[in-house]
Design a protein around this ligand. Structure first.
Ligand code: FAD
Ligand code: NAD
Length: 478
């Protein structure tokens, strides 16, 4: 194998492997370095997302949703299924099969595109040399015109709740429980806490989420967060705000959690405790001091708007750089960097990165929230429409939530869209397209939406921006 490449990428998560495929498609001699290996010593591709993140969590969310549907909702459709039961081992086997299929798919794609795979831990040295250390300690050095750092992130740990991979676990451990815990505690009512709390809650766990902040989902539009809190309460998730965990005591198969809530010290006992308080970039030992790459105090690599680091020819993408830690954000950064290395000045519109929480109902948003528009002093108009007035939502018994659209008061251009409800993720994706094309609410108002579809909530929300929704009484007039 030659050890000289046009591009060497460190890390094969959704940021790194997409970048590698794109570089190869553009005709560049590309290598990807991956440290993760399976029990047989073979490299594992796909990073956090495919192995212990997006995909396995969604597999479990879908299994547990079907269980909840069968247990609680089929009867209303006249369907009797008797008493439902869950075979956790079978559910996990299905999840693992999906993961294997997808990670194997990435392996084939890399091979098909002629990407050279180098197994081991990569470290960027001076002058774009990449030192790769194999599991047996042997080293090789690759040299490259361009190096892309894509080493991803790992769960944050907190001193009062050290994980033991049995009773106190991180998100990875929570994807592999061998039984449904009767009592489940979760530290952090963020994205992971809500998704994994929902999985086990639907299957029968009593779930308590401890959130240090006094606001619930502060990054989402406040109206959406308020509706979400109501829906989760109805589903039985016990979300405790302003609750700071100060200690844990594991005895056998149970853990006692000590926390302070509104100044009072309390305790609660659980069979399993998930720590989901955020993730941190994996940049320790990723580059030498003379590589020219620098990080901020939290370990994020400094990059410009185009993911170029301070070292010439060195780029960084995905969870190790600023912005939301989302698979699709990292992948598109990978594409942008590949195009830029190849000479095309592609830009990524960071204002149009959607974020989604895959609970049921889904929660999704893109662009500005109403509280951001207020804080920035932007003159805006807002319209929202409830799913309870959408025929298709009624037909499928999915009437919680709404779609909300925010537009510039003068130009009518869409500035943000937020939804909680059935297919919220896909509806917000329609708004991503609208925003990318610089669309206005009038564009949406004059567009034909299929009937009966959930998308009609987008149409009606756009009409509601001007007080002209058809299928509900409007509060304001044009
Ligand atoms: P990673 O996916 O972390 O991949 C980095 C890769 O680099 C890994 O394979 C690692 O082994 C390798 N590596 C690290 N250091 C080295 C080195 N020195 N040498 C060689 N290789 C190295 N995001 C979404 O958009 N949607 C979701 O639904 C979603 N769900 C999630 C659910 C969970 C439970 C979790 C934990 C995360 C979820 N995320 C989701 C976040 C998403 O997984 C990450 O944003 C995404 O994986 C980041 O991609 P990345 O390529 O930057 O890094
Ligand atoms: P998060 O930032 O979404 O939520 C962490 C929560 O924990 C926050 O609400 C925070 O206030 C709280 N917290 C922090 N320290 C605490 C403490 N000591 N006690 C109690 N609460 C505390 O982080 P996460 O849920 O761990 O997810 C990590 C990342 O993974 C996120 O950035 C997210 O973008 C990504 N992710 C995305 C998806 C998705 O796109 N659907 C799913 C899972 C994870």
């Amino acid at each position: 194998m030659s050890d000289s490449f046009d591009v060497v990428i460190i890390g094969s998560g959704p940021a790194g492997y997409v970048c590698a495929i794109k570089c190869a498609q553009l005709g560049m001699n590309t290598a990807i370095v991956e440290t993760w290996s399976d029990t047989k010593g073979k490299p594992v591709f796909g990073g956090t997302c495919l192995n212990v993140g997006c995909i396995p969590s969604k597999a479990l969310l879908d299994s547990s949703h079907k269980f909840a549907e069968a247990s609680d909702h089929f009867a209303a459709h006249g369907i009797g299924v008797g008493e439902t039961s869950i075979d956790v081992a079978a559910m996990m086997k299905r999840k693992s099969k999906i993961v294997t299929q997808l990670t194997g798919g990435v392996s084939s794609l890399l091979q098909h595109n002629g990407v050279t795979v180098v197994q081991g831990t990569g470290k960027l040295m001076a002058a774009r040399q990449v030192e790769v250390t194999s599991a047996d300690g042997s080293k090789q050095v690759l040299s490259a015109e361009n190096v892309v750092l894509a080493s991803g992130s790992e769960p944050v740990t907190i001193p009062p709740a050290p994980t033991d991979d049995k009773v106190i676990v991180d998100s990875t451990g929570a994807l592999t429980f061998d039984a449904v815990p009767e009592r489940l505690g979760v530290i952090g009512a963020g994205v992971i806490g809500l998704e994994l709390g929902s999985v086990w809650g639907r299957l029968g766990s009593d779930v308590v989420l401890f959130e240090a902040l006094d606001t619930f989902l502060p990054m989402m539009d406040a109206q959406v967060s308020k509706e979400a809190a109501k829906v989760f309460k109805k589903q039985g998730l016990n979300i405790r705000l302003n609750a700071l965990v100060t200690g844990t005591d594991v005895k056998g198969d149970a853990v006692t959690v000590t926390y302070t809530e509104k100044g009072e010290t309390k305790t609660a006992e659980f069979d399993r405790l998930i720590v989901a308080v955020g993730r941190r970039p994996r940049t320790k030992d990723l580059f030498s001091t003379d590589s020219g790459v620098t990080t901020d105090e939290r370990g994020f690599v400094f990059v410009n708007d185009y993911c170029a680091t301070e070292a010439p020819g060195v780029w960084a993408i995905g969870d190790i750089v600023r912005g939301p830690m989302l698979a699709h954000k990292g992948s598109e950064e990978g594409v942008m960097v590949a195009e830029r290395i190849h000479g095309k000045p592609v830009q990524l519109n960071y204002d149009c990165v959607p974020s989604i929480i895959y609970t049921h109902p889904e929660i999704a948003g893109v662009g500005k929230t109403e509280q951001e528009l207020k804080a920035e002093g932007i003159d805006y108009k807002a319209g929202s429409f409830p799913f309870a007035a959408i025929g298709r939502a009624l037909a499928s018994g999915e009437t919680d939530g709404f779609v909300k659209i925010l537009a510039d008061a003068k130009t009518d251009r869409v500035l943000g869209a937020h939804a909680i409800g059935p297919s919220a993720a896909d509806l917000v994706q329609q708004m991503v397209i609208t925003m990318e094309f610089g669309g206005s609410t009038e564009d949406l108002q004059l567009m034909v939406f299929g009937h009966p579809t959930m998308s009609e909530a987008v149409h009606e929300a756009a009409l509601a921006v001007d007080g002209m929704a058809i299928h509900m009484p409007n509060r304001k007039k044009r």
